[in-house]
Design a binder for this molecule. Structure first.
Ligand code: NAD
Length: 499
């Protein structure tokens, strides 16, 4: 069916929800029967009750994952077999795309057009890409002397705890599940309490594809309950975490307090978008800045939330960005034309509005937006907001807001631009816009960020690593490098007599 003609409101009204956990291949209630309400930020309505996972549920899920790992029902299968199952899993995701997109939109408020065109295909492609990769990886024989043979092999780690956020629930889950499952691990996935529904459905689709029971368990619940129990668990070998830098610190503490499990943190950002006056298409740069900033309601870890503009072009450039803003006026995410949807929950909305207040109080000029809108719908919508006259030390220049708020900072020369760009605790992403090839390369090299874009911000692919410098995290999601997180390297020395 032509998806542009779907009546998503009608589909939403007819959709069935299941908020139970997924443990050992089956849907189950929490051990103590407790639930929490899952509300849609679109209009505040209750979607369903979700199992409130706690210690007992995490214990059951980890035990199931451990049994599945130890008996080799998945880890000991040939890579080509794992590939087939995971390719079927990816196909199942695509076959369920309308249902998954709708669940994602209802649960966290992003426009249905993007759930459908971005989130579902990206999650499927990620799973398929790791499936395709896994039977093409070779181990190593080290170049030692003739009297011995040294094999360097990769082995799955065991039980992986995956703890993910709510801004791209399916994609973040897929970035963990793809490499972890392809490598042969078992996984316990803890989705955000703000967006648990698609992760639970993914587990069913994986089972239908032939993933043996116990290899993938999903336990919804709150961070300090299910999340903490999983990260502290003595039988979990590694945590693949994506979320805030604040929680990332805790992950390291949990590992220190328990079994020194590996911790891979993918954390926050305050990415710089640096525009030099020598760039020859400032109109495209302005359009890209707005598009990247306000996509997903500004709830993207790599949103270019600091716009650094050379003072000679700043007035003109800022006006060009402001001119883009009406396109991002919030609308009902179930309407096919909506480009910006609802913020995920009340807490996130009040954080965003609090930063807008802080920006005003610290003396920045709010040139556009700054208000909650559509409150009469019961939904959580904030206008695309732009602050000019931001100084580097202001909170809106230093702290991650994670909402549709852009801060403009002016600079005089290249050295100042670099010092501003690198002058936060984050280092996730950055971009430089210049038609001078030497400057573009020079600045790109000097930026302390896991990903640097030159004269664009949109390129993205599963083939490239994603992650941060400094307090934006460690390790990398995506690409073959992600296998490093979910495998151990083993050296096996074999004596060769008579050589
Ligand atoms: P968060 O840290 O509040 O929560 C992330 C996950 O951790 C959730 O599942 C949550 O339940 C769990 N959690 C929270 N407190 C916990 C605790 N005390 N113990 C154990 N688990 C706990 O982050 P969020 O608000 O869900 O997500 C937004 C953050 O994620 C932003 O900082 C954003 O930049 C970051 N993010 C980073 C990337 C990346 O790849 N670097 C991608 C997406 C989002």
């Amino acid at each position: 069916m032509d998806t542009a003609r779907i009546d998503w409101h009608a589909r939403a009204a007819a959709l069935a929800f299941d908020g139970r956990a997924f443990i050992d291949g089956a849907r189950v209630a929490a051990a103590d029967g407790e639930t929490f309400a899952c509300r849609s930020p679109i209009d505040g309505r209750s979607l369903c009750e979700v199992a409130r996972g706690r210690q007992a549920d995490i214990d059951a899920a980890v035990a199931s994952a451990r049994r599945a790992f130890d008996d080799g029902r998945w880890a000991a299968r040939a890579p080509a077999v794992r590939k087939k199952v995971l390719l079927r899993f990816a196909e199942n995701i695509l076959a369920a795309r309308e249902e998954l997109a709708l669940l994602e939109t209802l649960d966290m408020g992003k426009p249905i057009q993007y759930s459908l065109s971005v989130d579902v295909p990206a999650a499927a492609r990620c799973i398929a890409w790791y499936a395709e990769a896994v039977d093409k990886l070779y181990d190593e024989v080290a170049p030692t002397g003739p009297q011995a043979l040294a094999l360097v092999t990769r082995e799955p780690m065991g039980v992986i705890g995956a703890i993910v956020p709510w801004n791209y629930p399916m994609i973040m889950a897929a970035w963990k599940l793809g490499p972890a499952l392809a490598a042969g691990n078992s996984v316990v996935l803890k989705p955000s309490e703000k967006s648990p529904l698609t992760a639970l459905r993914l587990a069913e689709l994986a089972l239908d594809a032939g993933l043996p029971p116990g290899v993938l368990n999903v336990v919804p619940g709150h961070g300090p309950e299910a999340g903490e129990a999983l990260a502290l668990h003595a039988d979990v070998d590694a945590i693949g975490f994506t979320g805030s830098t604040r929680t990332g610190r805790r992950m390291l503490e949990y590992a220190g307090r328990s079994n020194l499990k590996r911790v891979y943190n993918e954390l926050g950002g305050k990415s710089a978008f640096i525009v030099f006056p020598d760039f020859d298409d400032l109109g495209r740069a302005a359009k890209t800045a707005a598009g990247a900033m306000y996509f997903n309601q500004g709830e993207s870890c790599n949103a270019p939330s600091r716009l650094l503009v050379h003072e000679d072009i700043a007035d003109e450039f800022v006006q060009a960005v402001v001119a883009q803003l009406p396109r991002y006026a919030p609308g009902n995410p179930l309407d096919a034309a909506t480009v910006m949807g609802a913020l995920v929950d009340e807490a996130q909305m009040s954080t965003v509005l609090g930063y807008i207040e802080a920006g005003r109080a610290e003396g920045a000029a709010c040139l556009a937006g700054g208000q909650r809108v559509r409150a009469e719908t019961g939904g959580l919508y904030v206008e695309p907001t732009l602050f000019d006259g931001v100084r580097h030390e202001m909170r809106i220049a230093q702290e991650e807001i994670f909402g549709p708020v852009l801060s403009v900072i002016r600079f005089r020369d290249e050295a100042e631009a670099l010092s501003l760009a690198n002058g936060t605790s984050y280092g996730l992403q950055a971009s430089v816009w210049s038609s001078n090839i030497n400057r573009a390369h020079r600045v790109a090299r000097a930026l302390k960020a896991g990903t640097v874009h030159v004269n664009q911000y949109d390129e993205d692919d599963i083939t490239v690593p994603f992650g941060g410098y400094k307090q934006s995290g460690n390790g990398r999601d995506k690409s073959l490098h992600a296998f490093d997180k979910y495998t151990e390297l083993k050296t096996t020395w074999v004596r060769v007599d008579g050589a």
